[in-house]
Design a protein around this ligand. Sequence first.
Ligand code: HEC
Length: 170
Amino acid sequence: MTMLRPASLALATICVGMSSFAVAQSPAPASPAAAPAAPALVPFEMRLGDLMNTLVQPRHAKLTLAGLEANWPLATYVLKELRQSLDGIAKAVPRWNRLPMGDMMRSLTTKPLADVEEAIRARDKAMFATAMTSVTRACNSCHTASDHTFIIITTPDQSAFPNQNFRPNR
Ligand code: HEC
């Protein structure tokens, strides 16, 4: 029996590699029409959970952090964004699992958000913290009312956004 020396082993490997390369070369399509069509893009609908996770949760956190830093221009901005998100959700999802989600959204969040606005205008950190606690309570009231008691929103004590400065420009 002949022993394969390392050199012939290496040659065998190259041959195998070359032949598999040749196999992988599929014949060119006869005409562009015969080319396989790219998969069609399927529109993705943002559902309530997606909207909460994407729009509402980060803005609740950012608003809290801006207020804790007494960054009133940023707090004013994020409050507007949060309101727009909640308004948009109320319109986009007026009913959810037989619940009047739009009406619940408005009735639970309007007053606490108005209190936050007042605290920002007064540049009052203590008042802001109290108002944000009411906002957080409103979040959780609705989660409870909609049978999602396990989604518990809290006051963040640190930023989850390492690439944003919440302190005011001085
Ligand atoms: C009027 C009702 C309502 C209010 C107010 C509300 N939520 Fe929700 N939220 C829901 C419902 C219902 C779900 C579950 C949606 C689902 O699973 O389809 C949910 C889900 C969530 C989730 C889970 C999403 C995920 O993928 O992790 C988060 C986070 C969340 N809400 C944050 C908040 C925050 C923060 C607030 C307050 C600023 C808030 N929500 C206010 C109704 C509400």
